[in-house]
Every structure is written in C-alpha cells, then in structure tokens.
Design a protein around this ligand. Structure first.
Ligand code: WTA
Length: 649
C-alpha cells in the first residue's frame, strides 16, 4: 500500500483515488456476510492477553458483546507494546501551546508519565471499577490521565473544559467519580480559565469526591483544601514507577462520555475496552491510511468523542505521531493552523466544517503565506459539510491533490461509520457526501413507518447490524439505552439523523431529525438550554431551536416567556447569558433571546419547535392543517400570528 500511496500523491485527486475500488467492496461484503471470519482477523489490530471465545454475543440484544471473554489493556496497546519496538523513541505527541511553547513526548516518555500517574491514582485508594472525572484543557496530562485510568481499570469521564460548574457536577454525580483531575487554569485565546474554581463549585454540589489532583499549568493562584487537594507534580514524584496493566475484559467499561439527547439530562455513553479499540484503530487506518512517519493532526478538543478516539486512543494504538494543539485556531492570527501545518509538516489533517468556514472567511492570503505541501489527506467531521467549504478545503488547502475524508459518526458509534476509505481504495468523491459505509456497517434509510425509502429520498438513517465500536450501554440507564436507540425501529440502531442514499449508492447526511442542534459542531440539546432558562426565577417558559448560520452551521435562538410583571429587555438578557455561561458553559449561550407571550404547543403540551423554527426562518408552509393532529389549527394560527408580531417576522 505504501508504494502506491506515495506514488499517487502527486496526481490529481480523481486518479489518485479511483484505483482498487474492488478491495473496498469485497471487504465490506465479507464483513457483513461473514463477520466471524472478518473480525477474527481484524481483531488482531490490538494485542490480547487472551483471545476471545466468540466474536459477537448477541444473546442479550441490543446489549451486544464483542470479543467475548477476550482480555486486553488499552494503555498496554497504546504504549508498552510500542516501547518494546522500534517506536520507543518515536514522538507520540508534538504538543504545541497557544503561546508557542512546544513539547515533544516520546512513546517511552509517555509510558513513564502514565505509570507515574497510575501509581498516584492507586495511592489515592482507587480500585478497578471505581470512577474518576477528568476536567483538563488540551494539555499532555489529559491523555496521561486517560491512559493511566485505562491502565488500572478505572473508567473515567472526561468533561469538556468549556462546561460550567452545574454541567460538571451533573456528570460527577451520574458516574460517582471519587477523584477529579484538573488544572490551575486553561489558556484560551489569550485568556486564562479558572478551572479549579469551577471544580470547587461543582464538588460542593456532589458527595462522592475524596481527592482532587491539580496540574500546575497556567500558574494562577488557586485555593487548595488540605487533605483533599493535591498537586499533580507532588503525587507523581515517583518517576520510575511501574504499574502492571490490569487484564481488562473486552466488555469492561473504558470510559463514559456524556452527550446531549432529547431530554434534559445528558446521556452517559459507555464505551468498552476491546471492541472499541479494535474499531477506532481499524477505522483510522481504513479511512486515512496513515504511514509510519506521518504526522497526524486531529484538531478537535479532547473533551468530545473525536478527541477521545482520534487524538488519544486510535493514533496511539497505531503508534502514530500526533500534533496536539492547546489553543484557538485563529490565535494570535488567523493563520495559526496553516503555520502549525508548515512548521511541523503535518500530513493528515482532521478538522470540522465550522473551522473550515471560519478560516475560509479570512480569505486565501493566510494559507497562501504557508507551504502546505506536506498535506496528503484532509478530513472533516461533526456536521454536514457544505459544498462551498468542501471546495475551498480541497482547492485552497489541499491544492486539488488531497482527498477530503468526510467522516460521519457519533459519540455512540465510537468511531467513523460512513467515510471515504483511502486504504481500501475509495471511488470518486462527491462534495458533501460521506460516501460509503465502512466494513461492518450496514446502514439503511427508512421512512417513518420503517419502510426503506427509494434512492434520492430523504429518510432516517438506521444501522441494521451491530459493530464492535458501538457503545455498550448508557451509564446507570440500560432501559434508556434500549428505548432511545432501539425502539423506533426494533432491532436496528437509530440515533436521530436524516440521510439520503443517491442512485450511485452514496450516503448524504442531512442533519439532525430530533431536538438536538449542532452548533459549531458541538452537540447541544434544545432541552438542556430550556431547562437552564426556566431555572431563572424571572422565566416562566422557554422554547429553544436553531437557525442556519453561515459559520457555525446552526445558531441558538431562544423564545422566552417571562413571569408576570417581570421587566424584560437588555438587562435580563445579559443576566440570562451570564448565568448560562457560569452554570452550563459558554457554548450553550443562546445567540438570540426573544421575549414573547406564547409559543405554539401540541395538545399534550409539548412545544412545537419545528413550527417556531419555520416561523422564524420564514419557511412556514401556508397550509398548517397537517399539524392538526398535534393541536388545533386555530390555536396554532393564533400563536403564530402573535409571535410574528412580537419578533417582527
Ligand atoms: C453529526 C461527532 C454530517 C450528525 C463525531 C451526528 C455529521 C452528530 C458528520 C454526532 C458528518 C457528525 N456529516 N453530519 N461527517 N459527523 N455529524 O456525537 O448529526 O458530537 O448524529 O459526534 O454529528 O455528534 P457527536
């Protein structure tokens, strides 16, 4: 593969990618027709202490169990096995700080740090099966903490460092974390975020935490509570510690990652050790075809699943060198990303449509200042990519030589599920389509009644067969796991996206079909923000929906009904925004807040967000009689008229 890959890298993209299409097809077919044989082979991408008895146990569906009774350890696979090989002194991470500082951490260096921290976690009294929370910015200690927890069999939840105290507290409570790992601060666009203070506020709302470990990062002063709070550098003094990796069962939990759904409470998606590792390592290899000396840059935040799977676990399992960048991609100048690519010779870049649209706005002069010739593959994730952004990425950044790998997946799927697959010889690309399902994935587009839709027709995407990377359950809530994902279409996985398959068999992802928004690629539930708004004493009711936004993809709009007699206007708006920033985090602040007297509701009292969005974006169909089963047409019409006057539409 290596020869062909390199040789073709100077050709125009269609020639570069059109060969070997048959390889993808036969592999995909085999994965569905003979999964036992397929996964018996592909399961060996990781090392096992003892092999599985069976590839898949589906006797308790939909709680699928992959690589039954197989024993392995993720940190062993990410570190020890490389340290014993030619990769010992290879860079695992080239870490770049926002201020320009640089740190190179080799596989050997990373293993030492992980051992030292694993020892600190054991000293804190943790045992296999206990849980910890990690609330860290984009610093090396984040992967260290994740790998150390994986090493001793302690599932972790890593909370995005942009979430506020209430969001953090909710996650600590749900997973029962005993230890929290945080930092004195995080750097973002030239500002320092006081993470320890947020942790203290969160811990006050919970009862399980016995120890807080604090990394010295920004050097700003923090309050340390005697006997509870410890400095990271003090607890990791034992530099030559060795902690034997736990022999984890394939289906033991590795981590819990909270993500938004259609109710207020975030869902704790649980990923296991074995199937998840096998999935993310294979998918990264299939999709991007990384080579031994490549430099891989996944520019996501470690707090999202993209960071978990493709900054930390998959590239380390494959023994790659990753760039890890701490700060904002436009700081101090809008060419920060291009500068890093040039300086470190990045070969494979993986970012989001939002980032591409943002950088595109600054114009072509910024990328033109840099030599981007090291780039070979460009990836994208998180939301549908519009053709204009695709073309700009392809032409201006990739100089029409780098395929665009548009990866479609979700927190729940563990890794990519629909994506171009360079290693398998992908066919021609269509801008805006994630192309074809990866091996093991059997998607189908269905209508409301569960019938397969004809090609070119929009429907709901469902997956007919389980795959190794899928979540193993929802934390503390197996019933919710069943009802959220497997009840709309019994026996099939469904998680709320619209999609279409065209007559050439390409898949087009068409956005969320439920009450979840993708704002700058962040997954946010409308209901989380509504709950936050109505928790203010001034607010009686709130309805949140999104409107299209040129850069962010979607922007958050809130219609708020204040309580009787409450003065509303700019002051209240500021108060609501500030409150949401502190409790929930800045990414959940509505872009617009409108005060209204009424919102249309169904007979059972559910807010009709679909109607609100249509009124607001001027797309309301003249005939609203189709809504009649939801509420009386007169009531809706009246509510809409009042709204139109109030928000000036
Ligand atoms: C959306 C992010 C179109 C989709 C990895 C999905 C996409 C949700 C794409 C999951 C893509 C992700 N094209 N839409 N390439 N990738 N999505 O859990 O709506 O944060 O359901 O995982 O992002 O978001 P999550």
């Amino acid at each position: 593969m290596e020869g062909t890959e390199r040789e073709n890298s100077t050709l125009p993209v269609d020639e570069y990618i059109s060969h070997q299409r048959g390889m993808y097809e036969s592999l995909h077919r085999k994965s569905l027709d003979n999964p036992e044989e397929f996964w018996n082979e592909h399961g060996n991408i990781v090392d096992w202490y003892s092999k599985w008895d069976r590839v898949l146990d589906d006797s308790n569906a939909p709680f699928y169990r992959w690589f039954l009774n197989g024993k392995m350890n993720v940190s062993y696979n990410a570190l020890d096995r490389h340290v014993r090989s030619h990769r010992r002194n290879k860079a695992a991470y080239i870490w770049v700080g926002e201020s320009g500082t640089e740190k190179i951490v080799t596989y050997h260096g990373l293993l030492k740090r992980v051992n030292a921290f694993a020892k600190a976690l054991l000293d804190a009294g943790l045992k296999k099966g206990d849980r910890i929370a990690i609330y860290l910015p984009m610093i090396i200690e984040a992967p260290v903490a994740m790998l150390a927890a994986a090493r001793i069999g302690v599932p972790f939840t890593l909370v995005f460092s942009g979430f506020g105290a209430n969001s953090l507290a909710e996650r600590i409570r749900d997973c029962g974390a005993k230890v929290i790992v945080t930092a004195d601060g995080g750097n973002r666009a030239g500002k320092v975020i006081d993470l320890k203070k947020i942790v203290d506020e969160a811990v006050d709302q919970t009862s399980t935490v016995t120890e807080i470990i604090v990394v010295r990062n920004t050097g700003n002063p923090v309050d340390m509570v005697e006997g509870r709070d410890f400095w990271y550098d003090e607890v990791t003094k034992e530099q030559n510690a060795y902690v034997e990796p736990e022999r984890m069962d394939s289906n033991d939990p590795l981590y819990i990652l909270y993500t938004s759904g259609t109710t207020g409470k975030p869902k704790g998606v649980v990923h296991g050790n074995g199937g998840y590792s096998v999935w993310i390592a294979n998918t990264l290899k299939w999709a991007f075809n990384p080579q031994e000396d490549d430099r891989w840059w996944c520019a996501a935040d470690i707090g999202w699943v993209t960071g978990h799977s493709y900054i930390v676990f998959a590239p380390l399992i494959l023994g790659l060198t990753s760039i890890m960048y701490e700060g904002a991609i436009t700081y101090p100048e809008p060419d920060r990303m291009w500068d890093i690519i040039e300086k470190y010779g990045v070969n494979l870049l993986y970012t989001s449509p939002t980032a591409i649209r943002l950088l595109m706005r600054y114009g072509d002069a910024y990328p033109a200042k840099h030599d981007l010739s090291s780039l070979r593959v460009l990836g994208t994730v998180g939301e549908p990519i519009n053709p204009a952004a695709w073309h700009w990425y392809f032409k201006t950044i990739g100089k029409s030589k780098c395929p665009i790998v548009d990866t479609y997946w979700q927190t729940e799927t563990g890794g990519f599920i629909i994506s171009p697959a360079i290693e398998l010889g992908l066919g021609s690309l269509k801008p805006g389509s994630a192309t074809f399902p990866l091996p093991g994935i059997d998607p189908v587009i269905l209508d409301e009644q569960g019938n397969e839709t004809p090609s070119n027709q929009k429907g709901f995407i469902a997956i007919r067969k389980p795959w190794p990377g899928m979540m193993i359950s929802l934390n503390n809530d197996p019933e919710r796991y069943k009802s959220v994902y497997f009840s709309k279409y019994p026996g099939k996985y469904f998680n709320g996206d619209y999609a279409m398959k065209d007559s050439d068999g390409y898949y087009w992802l068409l956005g969320r079909a439920d009450e979840v928004m993708k704002v700058s690629g962040h997954r946010i539930g409308t209901i989380e923000i509504e709950d936050a708004l109505v928790s203010f004493p001034e607010i009686a009711e709130a309805a949140v929906f999104s409107k299209p936004d040129e850069v962010k993809g979607e922007a958050i709009v809130a219609f708020v009904i204040p309580k009787h007699g409450v003065a509303h206007g700019r002051e209240l708006t500021e108060k609501l925004k500030k409150g949401i920033r502190e409790t929930m985090g800045p990414i959940l602040i509505p872009d617009e807040i409108h005060y209204v007297h009424t919102v249309p509701k169904t007979r059972s009292g559910k807010i009709m967000r679909r109607v609100l969005k249509a009124v607001y974006t001027d797309q309301l169909p003249g005939d609203i009689s189709t809504l009649e089963n939801e509420a009386s047409v007169n009531e809706i019409r009246e509510a809409i008229e009042t709204l139109r006057k109030e928000v000036g539409r």
